[in-house]
Ligand binder design. Structure first.
Ligand code: ASP
Length: 337
């Protein structure tokens, strides 16, 4: 029998209502698994560890580092790892782990659920069973198992607040499909990782803005904070920004002058940002911005945070941002930028 490490970090999966009604709060997961899903002991020898038990809105860089250290220290004694995590920020944690666990040779599978495990009509049991089975296989990836698919963590997004199929991977195909059988799509499994080993750390000095028709871009004083190192802007479609209002472009110019890296993403999660395609993107490119390409906003933000903690120089951060670390972006550059 395989040996699996099951790390519980919190989320709806193990929550219980504090009274008759919501709000839900963290519950006693070990008891609940024992009571509602004892069958998992037929899959593997499972060691359950609970380093913290939080709503995932409260999980961030400290917990990402703690989890990566925990996994690095213990992975040799196990065949794979499953992490139960709240769905809200599950993608951020999966992404951070994919960047930190650069030598990964075994599966690290994150899962969670839309309904707690003790409820009759819950997705928790199925998700847990599939995640444990996947973690027993040869899949050297940080993946997200939810519904009936395994997705690459750093390519995923939480798309639904209600569906049992809560995650999507808009720019990369699934790593495995879970039905009567589990089909691993070996062609989609990561073969090459970036060669850089990062010091675990995340620098959060990033400002994130949305372009909105008719709204001013920003309080002009924001960039007077000298500690800010990157400005991430969600533009429209291929990365376009309003040009009739010249504030956006002058903001990018001002940021670039101050050595602040400007990255343009998009509201649209499917496809690749291409700043050269329209004049409204080209102006941002000419002002010094770079493209998020086909990375998710989550993958791009966590990558920037990690790079900023590892490199002082803005040009180094920029160079590394444009290279893949753990399969989070497509390399073939058919775009104009
Ligand atoms: N608020 C919960 C969390 O992310 C939602 C969930 O688990 O689905 O921790």
């Amino acid at each position: 029998m395989k040996n699996l490490l099951l790390i519980h970090t919190g989320g709806t999966f193990g929550m219980r209502a504090s009274g008759e009604q919501p709000p839900l709060v963290p519950g006693n997961l070990e008891n609940d698994i024992e009571q509602y899903s004892p069958i998992i002991n037929k899959i593997a020898n499972i060691d359950i560890q609970i380093p913290f038990n939080l709503d995932s809105s409260d999980i961030g860089p400290d917990e990402w580092i703690l989890l990566s250290k925990m996994i690095s220290e213990k992975i040799d004694s196990f065949d794979g790892v499953v992490i139960i995590h709240g769905t809200d920020t599950l993608v951020f944690t999966a992404t951070a782990l994919s960047y930190l666990l650069t030598d990964l040779r075994k599966p690290v599978i994150l899962t969670g659920s839309q309904r707690p495990i003790f409820e009759v009509r819950s997705d928790a049991r199925n998700n847990l069973i599939s995640a444990l089975e996947l973690a027993s296989m040869e899949i050297p990836e940080v993946g997200i198992c939810f519904g009936n698919r395994l997705l690459r963590g750093n390519r995923s997004r939480k798309k639904s607040i209600e569906s049992f199929q809560s995650f999507e991977s808009p720019n990369y195909p699934p790593l495995a499909s879970v039905g009567m059988n589990i089909d691993i799509h070996y062609n989609n499994i990561l073969r090459r990782r970036g060669s850089v080993r990062f010091v675990p750390g995340f620098d959060s000095k990033i400002v994130c803005l949305n372009a909105v028709p008719g709204l001013e871009p920003i309080d002009k004083n924001l960039l007077t904070d000298d500690s800010i190192r990157a400005l991430v802007i969600r533009g429209f479609g291929a990365g376009n920004l309003p040009l009739k209002n010249t504030d956006w472009i002058s903001l990018i110019e001002q940021a670039t002058r101050k050595n602040i890296l400007v990255v343009i993403g998009s509201y649209s999660s499917h496809g690749r940002v291409d700043l050269g395609l329209y004049a409204n993107g080209r102006a941002a490119l000419d002002a010094g911005a770079i493209s998020m390409m086909d990375m998710t906003l989550e993958a791009a933000l966590v990558k920037l945070m990690l790079l900023q903690a590892n490199f002082e120089d803005v040009d180094e951060v920029k160079k590394m941002f444009l290279q893949p670390v753990a399969g989070e972006m497509t390399v073939e550059a058919e775009s104009h930028a």
